[in-house]
Design a protein around this ligand. Structure first.
Ligand code: OOG
Ligand code: NI
Length: 464
């Protein structure tokens, strides 16, 4: 690789920053949410000095408030495959498969994200990317009309495609090309106020499913939300109404805990925006469309398959007791049911670690005396105070949470049943690539960190 290339990490960081600026301009309520998150994060770090120290050891503290993810919805296999090539230029690769049909949303999804630890540290930005499942539209005529529109549209500029091809051919992009690439690709994610379908067709698509109307009726896959990370999601949820933004009914994911696990998310409800629909003569008719929102997330430790199975069981248990209502009427009892169920999940890092429920990053304690360790295995080194362990942050998504986020932004009354039909093979065929298994990935990070600790100890004792 030539050193004159702009690194893929730098391209991703530039893209994420440009997207943030664009979205704040397009959706002012999102800017309000960002300010709220920054205030709450600062207050949380002031209250918890140990958290500040732990974040300093594992992450870049000054980037804590930056966006962690965004989301788009695509219409065709060709769009998904091209999007995969675009994201690859930014060092983002498909991780995980999420079937949302089960939850009444006619899409299946992956998250494009940086996978290496170093890349995540430079910029963790991911895009939750969904592919519409036209096969789940019942009406064959409507399905054909939607298909025809989607196949004809071009969501990438010629310039963007040329730059992707150039990056693939040369192994990277120069600084100037990288900057042009960011600007070109950003256009794909822009909002279009003028729909590409007429009003009657929009209404039919909307009646089939609001999400179908959102994907099919516009020139491109507008970014539908961005999501900064908060260190105290409950505080942000509570404060939202006071700053004039309406949160969804409940926070998705596990309850608040001393040791956060996986992912907690909430959002403000999608805003109703003015759009216009052209008729056959090109005359515009006014209307509105509701799709775009803002979200926050609080991430905890990545769980092992064993930990995830326990999480799923406890979550299902809580939801069987209290099904969260869309209007928030039973939000309190849902919170209580979650707390009660999750009492069965260990809530101290070393207990979680010893039970094999979560993944940890092991590191040598600075200034530790390694010349005469009590033992050579990782447990002995931990006990001797030579090695510390920090939770590995979960960087992926949760299908039940994603479904809750989708639902609250599709109109809560519009819950619809589809037959659950996960089809990872079909998704990977559309993408022209395999998605990475997230468990394998976290296990690899943990294993490498242990090997590095052991190697450091061996090197020192050999030299002594
Ligand atoms: C994506 C919803 C899922 C998340 O954070 O779980 C999501 C969408 O509404 O397109 O972003
Ligand atoms: Ni999201």
């Amino acid at each position: 690789m030539s050193s004159s290339f702009m690194s893929s990490d730098a391209i991703r960081a530039a893209f994420s920053a440009a997207m943030s600026v664009m979205y704040r301009q397009e959706v002012p309520a999102y800017g309000t949410l960002m300010e709220l998150v920054a205030d709450v994060n600062e207050a949380t770090l002031d209250k918890q000095p140990e958290l500040r120290i732990s974040l300093q050891a594992t992450e870049t503290l000054d980037r804590i408030c930056e966006e962690r993810h965004g989301a788009i919805r695509l219409g065709t296999a060709a769009e998904l495959a091209m999007m995969g090539r675009v994201f690859a230029v930014m060092g983002m690769f498909p991780v995980g498969y999420y079937d949302l049909s089960e939850a009444g949303v006619p899409v299946h999804s992956t998250a494009f994200r940086p996978v290496g630890e170093a890349s995540l540290k430079i910029n963790p930005f991911r895009v939750f990317t969904s592919l519409l499942r036209l096969d789940l539209i019942d009406d064959p005529e409507l399905r054909a009309a939607a298909q025809e529109i989607l196949v004809a549209r071009r969501i990438f500029s010629d310039e963007a495609v040329t730059l992707v091809e150039k990056a693939e051919r040369d192994g990277g992009l120069s600084q100037a090309d990288g900057e042009r690439f960011v600007a070109e690709v950003l256009n794909t994610f822009r909002w279009h106020e003028v729909a590409s379908v007429d009003r009657p067709l929009y209404d039919r698509l909307h009646a089939a499913h609001r999400l179908i109307a959102d994907v099919v009726s516009f020139k491109g896959p507008h970014i539908n939300h961005l999501t900064p990370r908060t260190l105290d999601i409950d505080a942000v949820q509570d404060e939202m109404p006071r700053r004039g933004i309406m949160p969804k009914a409940v926070v998705e994911g596990p309850p608040s805990r001393a040791c956060p696990i996986l992912l907690r998310q909430t959002s403000f409800k999608a805003i109703e925006e003015r759009v216009s629909f052209p008729d056959a003569e090109g005359e515009l008719t006014g209307g509105s469309h509701t799709a775009r929102f803002g979200e926050i997330e609080q991430r905890g430790i990545a769980l092992t398959p064993k930990g995830r199975a326990l999480y799923d069981r406890l979550l299902n248990e809580a939801r069987a007791k209290v099904r969260p209502a869309a209007d928030g009427a039973n939000a309190q009892s849902y919170r209580a049911a979650l707390q009660e169920s999750f009492a069965a999940f260990p809530d101290a890092w070393n207990d979680i670690r010893k039970a094999g429920l979560g993944y940890f990053l092991y590191s040598i304690v600075p200034d530790a005396n390694l010349s005469n360790p009590a033992g050579r295995d990782i447990e002995a080194l931990i006990e001797a105070g030579a090695v510390r362990f920090d939770p590995i942050v979960y960087e992926d998504f949760l299908p039940v949470s994603a479904a809750g986020i989708f639902q609250s932004n599709l109109g809560d009354d519009a819950v619809q049943e589809f037959v659950a039909s996960p089809n990872q093979k079909l998704f990977e065929k559309a993408l022209s690539a395999k998605v990475l298994n997230e468990f394998d990935h976290y296990a690899g990070i943990e294993r490498t960190s242990i090997e590095q600790c052991l190697a450091a100890v061996r090197a020192i004792s050999a030299a002594a």
